[in-house]
Design a binder for this molecule. Sequence first.
Ligand code: MTE
Length: 332
Amino acid sequence: MLIRHRRSWEIPERDATPEHLFLNRRSLVAGGAALGAGALAGGPARAFSLFGGGDAAPAAPEAPDPSASLYPAKRNPAYTISGPVTPEVDNTTYNNFYEYGTSKNVSAAAQMLRVRPWTVKFTGLVEKPQEVGIDDLLKAMTLEERLYRHRCVEAWAMQVPWTGFPVKKLVDFAKPLGSAKYIVLKTFKDPKMAPGQRSFILQWPYVEGLTMAEATNDLAFMVTGAYGKPLPKVMGAPLRLAVPWKYGFKSVKSIVEVSFTDKQPDTTWAALAPDEYGFWANVNPAVPHPRWSQATEEVLGTGSRRPTVIYNGYGDEVASLYSGMSKDRLFM
Ligand code: MTE
């Protein structure tokens, strides 16, 4: 018999936010943007002059996305959320994508991102290095939709219908050697296409990493779409990571290189501000960021906060990955 345990973050139906409150989110987001921008590691104010608030870039006409016919993909019912999905308009107007500015309002600037042609390189400890076009990679995978919680270290949260495939499948495709201990995922580096990279806001390209055990956990997801369509540029098209038990900065966007190594990689935020951001970055309400509490989170679109849950509610799936590691800084 299948017994469904209520997960630690699931709230009773009566407590779910009424639909109409979501419609108020735009004003909430507008108010929150000034506060949120630069909060992450105190992003430098000079970036604002570069982007004029993030909406300055011209959008040139582009061919339709060749992967459009793959969407919507079948939803995998094993991955669901309690409460409504965050409206798409909110998810595409409140983002962190420092390649396009430190404002939350970078959707227009991110239209400079060119997502075709797009290749992904597989390097490092692999049987054979290879480079593959994104559409060939998509053909090799079966896409599915999953509803995930998404929690930024800045204490805001969303509920997102991602489309993609398990990171485990990407690992199988890459054929790493047995000596590989970490997967490293890198964003593109092209300051012409990403004006933020002309300034040292972060060390470019943006790099993130996971242990092989984390990467091959069922929850770790390579994202190619959202809301039943190819991924919007501002959300990290055409390929990004989603590791919902970790703070959002681990979920690197617009990936062009996947490599494998036997040493823990230097990751972007951990390298920039090691006292504030670490390699593990697992969500935990009891471990505050040095500059703010993580006890609660603002659910964007609802006008309300809810208690943060350890591992963002995915403890049953991932806590065992960290057994015997209590001395490590697992939660920052
Ligand atoms: N990836 C790249 N390349 N550049 C970034 O600035 N920001 C990170 C992460 N991935 C970021 C990135 C942070 S801090 C968060 S919270 C999430 O992307 C935000 O994803 P979203 O904009 O889709 O909500």
